[in-house]
Design a protein around this ligand. Structure first.
Ligand code: FES
Length: 171
């Protein structure tokens, strides 16, 4: 059975394949908001996918429209619509979370290697600071800083490697 982990509640467990994220949360004793009752018409059940996006069913048109209408960027899914097929790590968004849609979109537009480098750098800094390591919502300013540093290397592979070494050096 697929394993599901919800941050920051720290709830985890196995759920049958084919369970929606919303149903999984209920099975694990969590209460996620779902104002429209699971009909993809409210977006209050939004959840951030930290890992295992490939283990969820594809976004259908109704969900895509609702995510777009709510201006929710890529890591988000509607928990009432996304069905679990394998292990996933999920983040329940803080209602007060001030994530920057613009910053996430910009990050999305970068090459996969740049995103990977940024991820390594932000995670390394978060670990050093003793913070929970979750991207992309840990700290958007941290992502922006890493992005600026990566862009300053001009995609020079040796410079990117040196940057990673410098940031992660004493880990
Ligand atoms: S509960 Fe309303 S969209 Fe999921």
């Amino acid at each position: 059975m697929p394993k599901v982990l919800f941050y920051p509640a720290g709830k985890s467990g196995d759920v049958p394949e084919g369970t929606s994220i919303l149903d999984a949360s209920e099975q694990l004793g969590l209460e996620l908001r779902h104002d429209c009752g699971g009909f993809a018409t409210c977006s209050t059940c939004r959840i951030m996918i930290v890992d295992g996006v490939e283990n969820l069913t594809q976004i259908d048109l109704d969900e895509e429209n609702m995510l777009e209408e709510a201006e929710l960027p890529k890591p988000f899914r509607l928990s009432c619509q996304a069905v679990i097929r394998g292990d996933v790590v999920l983040r329940i968004p803080d209602p007060e979370m001030n994530w920057s849609k613009g910053a996430l979109r910009e990050l999305d537009a970068l090459s996969a290697s740049s995103r990977a480098v940024i991820r390594v750098m932000v995670e390394a800094r978060a670990r050093k600071a003793g913070e929970e390591v979750i991207l992309p919502d840990t700290a958007i300013p941290a992502v922006e800083k890493a992005k600026a540093e990566v862009e300053a290397t001009g995609q020079d592979v040796a410079a990117l490697a040196a940057l990673i070494k410098q940031v992660c050096g004493d880990l």
